[in-house]
Design a protein around this ligand. Structure first.
Ligand SMILES: [Zn+2]
Ligand SMILES: [Zn+2]
Length: 169
């Protein structure tokens, strides 16, 4: 959706907005499906010649876990906080958007915020153990049979390392 902010360019004020942005075409390996549009609401305000857009967007996602590959549902809330400028700036700041002929492109602002906010890693749960590289067994359900029998000396070493890790975390 595009928002006309002609009034705000003339005098200080606040202009609320609400829109839905279709995320189709935003393809990410970690997103299996979009279960809702990007639903955004907020306002654009103008004060002392400065135009700011604030609000939030919500979306319901079906994500794919980076470790075990399982799909899981997730609700994302994306904060929107942008500066709107009427003249193009040299700097490439992802939070600065250009107003073109009194119009603000909300689709662009909402999708940019969503894309920048996506985690680099999507996990079905923070401590997901993933799958066994040999048999594909989900290690969250317990160990699989093909777990190699470690030499007892290494087993002791492994135990020590594990205890070390636990102390750190
Ligand atoms: Zn997982
Ligand atoms: Zn296995």
């Amino acid at each position: 959706m595009r928002l006309n902010i002609r009034e705000l360019l003339r005098e200080d004020g606040v202009l609320p907005f609400a829109c839905e942005v279709d995320p189709a075409g935003l393809d990410f390996p970690s997103v299996a499906a979009y279960r809702s549009p990007l639903s955004a609401r907020g306002s654009v305000s103008s004060a002392a010649g400065l135009l700011t857009l604030r609000g939030e967007a919500r979306v319901s996602l079906l994500c794919r876990c980076d470790r075990c590959g399982k799909e899981y549902g997730r609700e994302d809330v994306i904060p929107l906080e942008s500066v709107l400028v009427t003249e193009h700036q040299d700097e490439e700041d992802p939070d600065v958007f250009l107003v073109q002929d009194d119009w603000v492109d909300l689709n662009e602002i909402v999708t940019t915020a969503f894309v920048l906010g996506l985690d680099s890693k999507t996990l079905c749960r923070p401590d997901c153990k993933g799958v066994c590289p040999r048999c594909g067994h989900d290690l969250n359900d317990g160990l699989c049979a093909c777990r190699p029998e470690a030499d007892s000396r290494f087993a002791v070493l492994g135990q020590l390392l594990q205890e070390d890790e636990q102390e750190v975390s």
